[in-house]
Design a binder for this molecule. Structure first.
Ligand code: ADP
Ligand code: MG
Length: 341
């Protein structure tokens, strides 16, 4: 009987060289920003004169942010997508990112799929992997394998003083949302047997949960037009509340005007509200703009080929008031995701 072929063992540095030397690195490097990428103690970035760097970090932990056994290519996409979404919310153009990984083992098939998913998205947005850290993940006993932990830090650039911030909303501004909300939550509910979806609904909403598309182009197009912005990672109400708190204002939101996919619209009204108002993981943008900028907002959305919907208005009264389709107050019993409560 033939013994199975012995695979060459992957070393830490072999692994980085084999799977994380980004083929398209020269593309962004050619634009002159990345002076030095992977391989030295530091990477070197030289920002354009008159621009500033926008920096953001997001972590993904197995069992917390994704299910064990999830498709590695989709995970590579999502790990970067959730970070690009933060750049989008600031209106920054992606430049570079670092990737830190704690892995229970160096599995070549898993790494090949993960890096393929990661770089497909990186290339689409011309963002360069310039460094990171790679370690084995273990339990506190130091022996048994630990969960997969991924942390990405993204760097983007924007002309000085043009970042879209959570703190800029003004009384009277319109509130908009990009794309549709609630699909990721709808798919998750099916997964955990809270409800049962048709095969077609699960297929389409699962894609939204596993392969979110960051709204980078829209974010950049909204610079100088939107007064504030945030991306929806924990849920519409919770993330809108970040804008309200930092801007010291309130809002009136037409709960049933939140944009929803055909799959979510075919669900009972209460579930539609639950998913769209409090479901996380959508990675759409919530933004505000003065009514006088309404046509500029429309033009920005058209240029970014991204659907947007007006869902409410910023108020001086510092509460977040929900209205139903008859403009009657709707009780807010839709909590957003929080890691510790
Ligand atoms: P140091 O010990 O000085 O922190 P390392 O030996 O950990 O550096 O890493 C060597 C090089 O490989 C560094 O340039 C680092 O940025 C890069 N690197 C390590 N892990 C990754 C990764 N997962 N993705 C991309 N680059 C990485
Ligand atoms: Mg290191």
């Amino acid at each position: 009987m033939q013994s199975p072929p012995t695979l060459p063992k992957l070393s830490e540095f072999g692994l980085i060289e084999q799977f994380f030397a980004q083929p398209a690195l020269s593309l962004s490097a050619a634009q002159g920003r990345i002076k030095l990428g992977i391989g030295d103690d530091c990477a070197l970035i030289s920002p354009r004169a008159g621009y500033e760097l926008a920096v953001s970090t997001d972590m993904l932990i197995e069992g917390r942010h994704f299910l064990p056994g999830v498709d590695a290519a989709l995970l590579g996409h999502k790990a970067l997508a959730v970070n690009l979404s933060d750049l989008a919310a600031c209106g920054a153009e992606p430049v570079a990112f670092t990737l830190s990984m704690a892995l229970p083992a160096a599995n070549a098939d898993w790494l090949a799929a993960f890096s393929q998913g990661l770089f497909a998205l990186a290339d689409a947005y011309e963002i360069c992997l310039i460094g990171g850290d790679t370690t084995k993940s273990v339990q506190p006993d130091g022996k048994q394998a630990g969960p997969i932990c991924l942390s990405i830090t993204v760097m983007g650039e924007l002309p000085q003083g043009t970042a879209l911030l959570r703190s800029g909303a003004q009384v009277g501004d319109d509130i908009y949302v990009s794309g549709t909300l609630g699909d990721a939550r709808l798919a998750l509910g099916h997964f955990f047997k809270e409800w049962a979806l048709s095969d077609a609904s699960f297929a389409s909403t699962r894609l939204r949960m596993e392969q979110p598309e960051p709204r980078v182009t829209l974010g950049v197009a909204l610079r100088g037009i939107a007064s504030s912005a945030v991306d929806v990672s924990d849920g519409f109400l919770g993330d809108l509340q970040h804008i309200l708190s930092r801007s010291h204002v309130g809002a009136q939101v037409m709960a049933d005007a939140l944009p929803k996919s055909a799959a979510l619209q075919s669900e009972p009204l209460d579930r539609q509200r639950l998913c769209s108002l409090s479901g996380g993981d959508d990675y759409e943008l919530i933004f505000t703009a003065a009514p006088s900028h309404a046509s500029a907002v429309e033009a920005a959305a058209r240029a970014a080929t991204t659907r947007i919907t007006r869902v409410g208005r910023i108020t001086a009264d510092k509460t977040l008031q929900l209205l139903d389709h008859d403009k009657k107050p709707l009780e807010n019993r839709y909590a957003s995701f929080d890691h510790f409560i």
